[in-house]
Design a protein around this ligand. Structure first.
Ligand SMILES: Nc1nc2c(c(=O)[nH]1)N[C@@H](CN(C=O)c1ccc(C(=O)N[C@@H](CCC(=O)O)C(=O)O)cc1)CN2
Length: 287
C-alpha cells in the first residue's frame, strides 16, 4: 500500500487566497488593511528565511509589512521596549517574535509584552490559557495548520485515537489540546515514554513533533494511519523530517512530506490569525 500524500503547499495556497479575499473584503467595508509586525532579533540564517517568507506572504495577502529587526546583542530592556511600542501602535494588528531568540534574552518575558489580541503566534500565556480552557483565542500557527490539513483531507478526528510525539509549547502541547477540542482521544508521548513504537501503533492519527531526525519508522505505524511530520532538519541530503518517509509511506494511509507538508501551513495560519486579530480589533473599535 502507498499512502495518500497531503500537499501542504497546495492547502497553504488555498488558505492564503482565502485570507487575501478576507483582507480585500475588510478594506472594501471601510476597514484598514491588517498590519503584521514580525520581530527578528539577530541573524540566525533559518530565522531570516522564515521571516522573509512571512513578510512576502503578508504583502501578497494585501496586509501591511511592519517588520522590525534588532541586533543580536540587543539588551532585554530594549527588545521589551520595542514590543511595548508595537503593542501600543494602532497600525499593528499582529506581533510575531521569531523564535529562537539569542541565548542572553528571556524569550518568555518578551512574549509577555505582547497583548493577547495582537498575539498572532498564539504563544502568550493568555492565549495558551484560553486554549487549555477550550475558549476562543488565537491559536499557535503550526498546530492549527495541522488541524487545517486534516480537515481539508477529510481525516476524521472525533473518537479517533491521536498520538502526539513532543510536548513543546510551540507545537506538542497545543497540538494535543486542539485534537482534544475536536474530540479525539489523545496520548502525548515524549523522551521518557516507555515503548514509544507501541504507543504510536495505537494511533489513527500520529503527529510527530519530536525534533529528532527519522525517529518514527514503519514499525511504529498502524496500517492505514494518518502520519503528520512536523520535524524539519537540514542535512547533506536536503530537508528531512522526524519520520522515515519512504518506509512509513508503505504502511500509512495518509502522510505529509518534508518539505511541502506542515511547514507552509505555519505561514498560512499566521496570515489567518493576523486577519482574525484585525477583524476583532476593528469591530471592537480598538483600531
Ligand atoms: N515565533 C515563531 N517562531 C518559530 C515558529 C513559529 O511558528 N513561530 N516556527 C518555526 C519556524 N517556522 C516559522 O517561524 C517555519 C518553519 C518551516 C516553514 C516552512 O515553510 N518550511 C518549508 C521548507 C522551507 C525551507 O526551505 O527551509 C517546508 O517544510 O516545506 C515555515 C515556517 C520555528 N520558529
Amino acid at each position: 500500500m502507498t499512502a495518500e500524500i497531503i500537499d501542504g503547499r497546495a492547502v497553504a495556497q488555498q488558505v492564503r487566497e482565502e485570507v487575501a479575499k478576507g483582507v480585500a473584503e475588510l478594506v472594501a467595508a471601510g476597514g484598514t488593511a491588517p498590519g503584521l509586525a514580525t520581530v527578528l532579533i539577530g541573524d540566525d540564517p533559518a530565522s531570516e528565511v522564515y521571516v522573509r517568507s512571512k513578510r512576502r506572504a503578508c504583502v501578497a495577502a494585501g496586509m501591511v509589512d511592519l517588520h522590525r529587526h534588532l541586533p543580536g546583542d540587543v539588551p532585554q530592556h530594549e527588545a521589551a521596549a520595542l514590543l511595548d511600542e508595537l503593542a501600543a501602535d494602532p497600525a499593528v494588528s499582529g506581533i510575531l517574535l521569531q523564535l529562537p531568540t539569542p541565548g542572553h534574552l528571556d524569550a518568555e518575558a518578551l512574549l509577555t509584552r505582547i497583548p493577547a489580541e495582537k498575539d498572532v503566534d498564539g504563544l502568550t500565556t493568555a492565549n495558551a490559557g484560553l486554549l487549555a480552557q477550550g475558549r476562543p483565542g488565537l491559536r499557535p500557527c503550526t498546530p492549527s495548520g495541522v488541524i487545517e490539513l486534516l480537515d481539508r483531507h477529510g481525516v476524521p478526528l472525533s473518537g479517533a485515537h491521536a498520538v502526539v510525539i513532543g510536548r513543546s509549547v510551540l507545537v506538542g502541547k497545543p497540538m494535543a489540546q486542539l485534537l482534544l477540542e475536536r474530540n479525539a482521544t489523545v496520548t502525548i508521548c515524549h523522551s521518557r515514554t516507555r515503548d514509544l513504537a507501541a504507543e504510536c501503533r495505537r494511533a489513527d492519527v500520529l503527529v510527530v513533533a519530536a525534533g529528532i531526525p527519522s525517529l518514527v519508522g514503519a514499525d511504529a505505524v498502524k496500517p492505514g494511519a494518518t502520519v503528520i511530520d512536523v520535524g524539519i532538519h537540514r542535512g547533506e541530503h536536503g530537508l528531512t523530517g522526524d519520520v522515515q518517509y519512504d518506509a512509513v509511506a508503505e504502511v500509512a494511509g495518509t502522510i505529509t512530506p518534508v518539505p511541502g507538508g506542515v511547514g507552509p501551513m505555519t505561514i498560512a495560519m499566521l496570515l489567518a490569525n493576523t486577519l482574525t486579530a484585525a477583524r476583532v480589533q476593528q469591530s471592537t473599535g480598538r483600531r
